[in-house]
Design a protein around this ligand. Structure first.
Ligand SMILES: [Mn+2]
Length: 339
């Protein structure tokens, strides 16, 4: 067992018998991995009779409702919580992210905690505070949380797994591996998945909800985005812009764009793809997917963002989507090795 895993497990176990809470913080705009990991960890900790909640800025997005995470496991962040919760807060755990900046408003509450811990698999993990279990080679945070839960169980001699926990972790793995097809998928991923299946996860239902289920509205949005896609550098870069008007016209939300950036990368010859999204709040968000040798994470970091080598993102403020596109194309050239 790694030292970091052991340290996180011991830290969490240490809250048994205290009146303090363990609050768990996924990242903003939650995906299956951060929400699944957070819900599984909170639920397992409750079996130790530790009061534990997942703190989020907004309710679970519609497309993840199938996970059936009970409302009583969640706290929707409000600013008054910082004062209200601080005295009760024993440990704040960041999952699938490593600093308050990725959490949105609830990051304020995370930062107010004296003791923090991080469970994450992003190469661009930031910060130095707290106990940090960060494994960039892990395909998902869910695999790391599974190890934490298993380790706690072994230490206290209690099996903490149940079908809900198993399924929430499986959702995390399926989400982040593109149902076991991305380059990040490892033998450990399959071993974890096998264990979770044996504990009651439903790989089929998850795949349907995560990847196949769609809507006419979303299809219309994707059609517009695809029609507007532009190619650069002899077809090695594919880029498209999603404007606020496109979302309004098709009656969709931001979440409808999921999967689009991967589809663009799948075009033959494309090494890196970008989806540039306008938001009403003056933010322009950029999603990146790439193939070797293009490093999405370091490209995103050069704009103040982060992520994984093959999947990353960043946000810009006070610029138009077109200005951001121009900057991307100018800077991307430097990220292709010299010929
Ligand atoms: Mn993840």
């Amino acid at each position: 067992m790694s030292e970091q895993l052991n340290a996180v497990a011991e830290l969490l176990i240490g809250m048994r018998g205290s009146q303090k809470e363990i609050l768990i913080f996924p990242h903003l705009r939650p995906d299956g991995d951060c929400i699944g990991s957070a819900a599984a960890l909170a639920s397992a900790l409750r079996k130790l009779e530790i009061s534990s909640f997942v703190v989020v800025d907004e309710a679970i997005p519609d497309r993840l409702r199938f996970m059936a995470i009970p409302d009583d496991l969640l706290i929707i962040y409000t600013p008054d919580l910082v004062e209200k919760k601080s005295p009760d807060m024993g440990i704040a755990v960041a999952v699938d992210c490593s600093d308050a900046g990725r959490m949105g408003n609830s990051g304020t509450l995370y930062s107010a905690s004296v003791q923090t811990a991080v469970i994450d698999h992003h190469v661009s993990s930031k910060g130095v505070e707290g106990i940090r279990y960060i494994v960039p080679t892990s395909a998902s945070t869910a695999e790391l949380v599974l190890r934490v839960i298993r380790s706690i169980g072994e230490k206290i001699g209690q099996d903490l797994m149940d079908p809900n926990i198993a399924n929430w972790l499986m959702v995390g793995i399926q989400s982040d591996t593109g149902r076991f097809s991305f380059q990040n998928t490892t033998p450990d991923t399959f071993r974890a998945a096998a264990e979770l299946l044996e504990s009651g996860a439903n790989v089929f239902a998850n795949a349907y909800h995560l990847f196949d289920l769609t809507s006419v509205e979303r299809m219309k949005l994707i059609a517009k985005a695809m029609a507007g896609a532009k190619m650069f550098f002899g077809g090695r870069i594919a880029l498209t812009v999603i404007t606020s008007d496109m979302l309004k016209d098709t009656n969709t939300t931001d979440y409808a764009t999921e999967g689009l950036v991967s589809s663009l990368r799948d075009i033959e010859g494309v090494v890196v793809s970008f989806v540039v999204r306008e938001s009403d709040e003056g933010e322009v968000r950029v999603n990146i997917r790439s193939r070797e040798p293009f490093d999405s994470a370091s490209f995103a970091e050069s704009f103040g963002g982060g992520g994984h080598h093959r999947a990353a993102g960043f946000s810009m403020y006070g610029l138009t989507a077109n200005e951001v596109c121009k900057m991307i194309i100018e800077r991307a050239a430097a990220f292709f090795p010299e010929k």
